[in-house]
Structures are given as structure tokens and as C-alpha cells.
Design a protein. Sequence first.
Lengths: 253, 128
Amino acid sequence: MSVNAPGASGSIHIVMQGVEGVGTTFAALHLAQYFSDEGLSVAVFDSAPGGPGLAKYRALQARFRTFMVDEALDVERFEALVEEIREASGQVVVLDTESSSFFPLLHHVSSGTVLQDFEEFGRCLIVHCPLVGGVGGRGTLAALASAFETLPANGFIAWLNPVFGPVAFDGRPFEETKTFARMKDKLLGTVRLPEISGNMVHQMGMRQMTSRHLTHKEAMSVAAISLWDRQRFAGTRREIYGQLLAVLGRPGS
Amino acid sequence: MRSLTLPPRKIQQNLHAYVREHLPHLERVLCTGVPYTALAEAVLAAGFSKVPIRSIQNAVYQARKKQSTDGCSVVSRGAADQPQYGSSVWRGEGAAEAGNDGTAGLRRRFEELVRGPRPGSGEADELV
């Protein structure tokens, strides 16, 4: 059976990274909003063992489903989550994970029958992985390479997050690395997050939005957020959505 | 429960300075999927009073930002292998061996990739 398109209903998007604090939830947040704003029904799952992150965004109606217990994957909880994902066959699924679940998740999914099940039902699995520059940059690239080597997903998307400086590895951009060359057939594309670290005003505006757990749509109607901030949010959203459209194709098609 | 050991805090050193000083080591720890809850316990053992996880996350974020603006934009493999911490993230056992849930091989491979070729080994860097 052929699987559905990466941006279509039924597709499953897992956002994962082995390094903590590099924008995994930020990527999941925008992914969920993108599908929702494009008119698709989205089932959002927040599995962060450290407590809800994405699930605090009420507009997303994310379900908090942690499956890690004492630093190990709890099979029963994970199977319950997989069952919910199976049932959400008419929706786009977005699953946000935390770094502590990275290896257990890779191991469990690659060694079990979860992927075969998804494929049998025509479910397309896409792995999203944020990459950063700076001190932890190499770790994020290694995590992407590990995910690629381990998971026979239908595609991968790298989110280049310049929050800690230019996303480069030993001075090379991602597209010039061996990791990129090795996985380019499975790499659907990259999403470059806008550079806002040099713009203090924009940073503060984004912080207003994320600390209140507002989606872009909600932020647009909050009077306390200035018109300038709202315009900047709109620009950021446009930039990210445009890239997602280019990578995933028109949702639903 | 595995325990994580961090270097002791210097006299009057605040959390931000401590995190900045030990960032390469902390990055290595975080790279292996160690949760911030474990880090909070290790920071407590290193000589700080109880620190909220949010404060540690914030200190790591600020230290990363500072590193990037100071021009240390590429992870230093040398720094990641600092001998004073030994080669293991978890005291007494390699991080790769720490996973007793079938993830050891994955962790070992990941560590190899992060470490890269040893200087003078002539090995190619598989990652970059």
C-alpha cells in the first residue's frame, strides 16, 4: 500500500532531537499551527517527560502523553499513544518529544512493528529535527544522523535554528556536510527559522507570545501586543509557512 | 537511578557563571539525553541550593548565547573531551553503557559521531 503525502491528512510528524533546548517545541508549535491554519484537522501530542510544553497552548488542544518513566520508555504508555495516533487517521499528527526520550524512542520504534503498522495503513512518517550552531551544534547534527541511520521514516526535515549563531558545523553549512549528502534522498528539505537573535525588540515580542502560550492567530487579536509586534509575528509566520509549503507541498493534496 | 556528578561549585560562584564555565561538559551531558531534572540534582550536589529547573534551562540558554556571540561558534571536540571530567558523562560508566534498555548501541554510535575522529588518527569525519 502506498503511503499518503507528507502534508496530507493521516501523515505523522515527529519532532525529535537528542540535544535539549534547541527549538524542538518551537518547531512542533509552528508545524501544528501551519497544518491547522491550512484547514487540516490536527492531532497534537506533547510527550515531554519534564512536564507539558506544547500542551500549554490551549488553542492547539494538545494531548499530554508522556511515555517516559524513570528515564526509560514505558511500553504500555507508548503503545497507548501509538493507538491514539492510529485512531487519528483522518488528521495530521504532530508529536513533540524531549531529548531524554530520543534514544529510547529511536530504539523502540526501530526495533518494533510500529512503523510497519503505520505503513500498512498508508501513514506517512516524517521526522523533524532542529539543528543549531554554536557549542551544541555538532550534537544536534549527530542526533539527526542517528535518527536517519536508525529510523526508516518516509522523510526527514531539518529545521535550521540560528538562535545560537549561524548554523554551521566546523565552518560548513548543513548542505555541505557529509550528513546532508548521505541523507539527501530522504531529506524532504530544510526550514530556516528567521534570525531574530540580533533584534531585541522582536525577541521580546516573541517571548510575550510564547510565555503567554499564544498561537500566532491568538496573538494577532491580543490588544496588549503592539501592532509592530503583531506585524513582526506575521512576517515570521509567513517565512516559516512558505518554507513548509515548499517542503511538504500543498496540505491535503 | 543513575547519578550524574558535576564539578564542585567555586566559592561565591553563581549559577550562570558555573554553567558558563562548564558549558562544554554540560552540552555533552545534554547530548546524551540527560533530563534537566537530573541536572538539577547534580547542580544541588555540586554545592548550590535547590535550583528550579527553569533557572538551569535559562542559564544554559544564556551561556550558549554568550558562547555564540564570543565567537566560539563551532563545538569544540577538544573541549568536549576535557580530561578533568574523564570520558564518561555518568560517573563510573560510559554514557553508552549507561543505557540498559537496549539503547546502548545507539548512544555509543551517537557519541562516536559527536566526538569525531581523534586527532592524528587519520579517520574521516563521518558527520561533517
